[in-house]
Write a protein that binds this ligand. Structure first.
Ligand code: FES
Length: 256
């Protein structure tokens, strides 16, 4: 169980939940968490039986804090939105496999991180981990409107930030696939998380431009540990559980 340190509403759709080990349990600290991994949260207050899968948005080991960017989509996530600093949360974590990236920067490695909607979440921790290895990533965030582009100041700490909005209220008007960074940028690796249609479109562009591309799939999950088979993705290697074999896959493995 982790303690709620803060729970901040970012707008009508998103909130940022900050969790930490109990302060009295000084011997317990956060385990190693890789960018792209996720947690399974029990939302006891909602009465929901199943845990909710949520991407790790950021980890601050100095403060021993785990940040989750959560979108309000149903009664489970609405219950999480109402947690206060007196509450604790039951988590299974860290789960799944993360993104792959080199140990140090080089001319041959120029990454672009693309996040759409709540798919923005894992890109922040990925950007932080890349910077820790001396890599300077570019990040492209997309949303319907400017108020749905969240955590810009956090991203600007670690990355060069580009934005698209469908209504043109911030950055380039249109979808992430309309942004010059994605269409023409000299990147060697693209990492994507967001709505499936967006990920397929980005993967298609990456494929055409012969750029390596990893996507973080958001298939419906229940158990999160490979037991219920409800998250299966049909890949070139057969049916694979996204929760244990992913959620991150190189597009070369998928039937897209
Ligand atoms: Fe149960 Fe993946 S969520 S097997």
């Amino acid at each position: 169980r982790l303690q709620v340190v803060a729970n901040k509403e970012l707008n009508d759709s998103y909130f940022l939940l900050t969790l930490a080990p109990f302060s009295q349990e000084a011997a317990f600290s956060l385990p190693e968490i890789l960018p792209g991994q996720f947690v399974q949260v029990l939302t006891e207050a909602s009465g929901a039986f199943l845990r909710r899968p949520i991407s790790v948005c950021d980890v601050d080991y100095a403060r021993q804090q785990l940040l989750l960017l959560v979108q309000k989509v149903g009664k489970g996530t609405h219950a999480l939105a109402h947690l206060t600093t007196s509450d604790t949360v039951d988590l299974l974590y860290p789960l799944g496999n993360g993104f792959t990236f080199p140990n140090q920067s080089s001319e041959a490695y120029r990454p672009l991180l693309v996040g759409g909607g709540v798919g923005t979440a894992p890109m922040l921790y990925l950007a932080r981990c890349m910077r820790a290895r001396g890599i300077e990533p570019n990040v492209l965030l997309g949303a319907r409107t400017a108020d749905l582009i969240v955590m810009r100041d956090h991203f600007e700490e670690f990355a060069h930030l580009h934005v698209t909005t469908e209504d043109g209220s911030m950055g380039v008007k249109g979808f992430v696939t309309d942004h010059p960074a994605l269409r023409e940028g000299a990147y060697t690796h693209i990492y994507v998380c967001g709505p499936k249609a967006m990920m397929v479109a980005v993967a298609s562009l990456a494929h055409k431009r012969a750029i390596s591309c990893e996507v973080s799939l958001e298939n419906t999950m229940a158990c999160g540990i490979g037991a219920c088979l409800c998250c299966v993705e049909n890949t070139k290697e057969g049916n694979l559980c996204v929760c244990t074999e992913g959620p991150v896959f190189n597009i070369d493995r998928l039937q897209w």
